[in-house]
Design a protein around this ligand. Sequence first.
Ligand SMILES: O=C(O)CCC(=O)C(=O)O
Ligand SMILES: [Fe+2]
Length: 349
Amino acid sequence: MSNELKDLRVSNDAMDDPAELQRRIADEGYLFFKRLVSPDKLWELRREMMSMIQQVGWLVAGTDPMAGIADINMRYTEGDNEYSAGYAEVYKIENFHRSAHWHEYLDIVEKMVGAPIMPHPQKVARIWFPKYTEHTTPKHQDFVHFQGSFENITCWAPIGDCPIELGGLAVIPGSHKVNRVLEHHFSLGAGGLIVDETEHDEIDPVWHSADYEAGDALFFPALTIHQALPNYTEDKLRLSLDNRYMLVGDKIAGHMLEPHGPSQLAWDDIYPGWQRDDLKYYWKDYNNPVVERDLSFSQKSFAQAIDLARGGDEHAVYALQRAVKNAKDRVDLNEAIAVLEELGVAVEY
Ligand SMILES: O=C(O)CCC(=O)C(=O)O
Ligand SMILES: [Fe+2]
């Protein structure tokens, strides 16, 4: 794929021109800035997060944590309880949450939407192992996961440098102009939902990405189609942020008021080690209307996985095995268990 990739357009020239930023994001469905934030701030955050990742045993012991050298016996991803155990420790880091509130991000989002904004309480970090590419985040629109409002803006930013082979984010410019949530299907990749852009004639499926450097940031609204590129490195973890910003007074889906699901934490588990109180439950000062999460996207994908697994699809079988092994009480797993037993596939509880 990477030989067909085009470069993202850099919008630093328009940073002080809100009208031009608004024009570009409406037209192209994304905005990309080089060094929006001083790289030193990202390197400091990287040191703190990677040191914790080393402590939980995911980096080779004795290596410089800044190099992010993964222990590839430990390849985990979202949906695995082992991923949750490590992610939870990283998720408690105060500066990780604080980074979504850095004024550089807030100021530019405010300019591109032309209104007061609030960072979603739910912050997201991705810790992506090398050569585990069936689990790479597939093509999707963010609305299926984060919901609330089409006006939400996602900010994706690597914590450190992220050259193409480490698997940064790619977007289809202009794809937001479909102006609706497209049909998503089952995928083994992170988030579990994939869209096929080639089914839609109005989308010109040309992918754009970048050799990202520390401090760079990519912004896009909830309908822009994007995916992560595979991490093809031999042994490096990809570490990145993806946070969402909403218009003050707009709707927010209930789950976005909670910590990111794979952390399996509640705020009261996260806050005790923090130095400052200003970001604890900060959203309670706003009265943004809360709407119920629509689970139909993930339920439909799970039903498809059951059908595909019946036909022997290996990714679907794996997804069901993982769902059963890591069972939470959110989905009914009886049918999945029955299918796995019919297939004579190992079921671990
Ligand atoms: O970093 C990833 O793998 C996924 C990121 C993503 O889909 C997003 O930022 O919305
Ligand atoms: Fe996304």
